[in-house]
Design a protein around this ligand. Structure first.
Ligand code: HEC
Length: 100
């Protein structure tokens, strides 16, 4: 019973501070395939700006989250809000800062 409650707790999105492990895998793939298409496979930059940790030190979480959520007008950067939640975008920004 305790185990069941625990499973409910970790799988319910309403409690989740971060995406489920499955969703984390999806987001990592998306980062590599979709974001990587413009930002470079290693996020070293391409059509889009480089997104490696050292490139982001001067930029606030808020600024980065907003760029990913809404895209950037008059540039190729599309809005990702239709495809991921704010919490997922926040998790992605943290991943960009602390890749592993
Ligand atoms: C179709 C190409 C394209 C795709 C796909 C794309 N981006 Fe971008 N992105 C850009 C461009 C171009 C810019 C630079 C916009 C500018 O000139 O200000 C940018 C800017 C950004 C910035 C701001 C960087 C900075 O230093 O200000 C972030 C963060 C970012 N993208 C994250 C992402 C993430 C995360 C994804 C995938 C979910 C993604 N992008 C997918 C083209 C793309």
């Amino acid at each position: 019973m305790k185990k069941l409650l625990f499973l409910l707790f970790i799988s319910c999105p309403c409690f989740a501070a971060e995406p489920s492990p499955e969703r984390q895998t999806e987001l990592r793939n998306l980062l590599k395939n979709d974001c990587g298409a413009c930002h470079g496979l290693l996020l070293q930059g391409g059509l889009g700006s480089p997104l490696q940790p050292q490139d982001l030190t001067q930029k606030s979480d808020e600024f980065l989250i907003d760029t990913i959520a809404s895209g950037r007008k008059n540039t190729a950067m599309p809005p990702w809000k239709p495809f991921m939640t704010q919490a997922e975008i926040t998790w992605l920004v943290n991943l960009l800062r602390n890749p592993n």
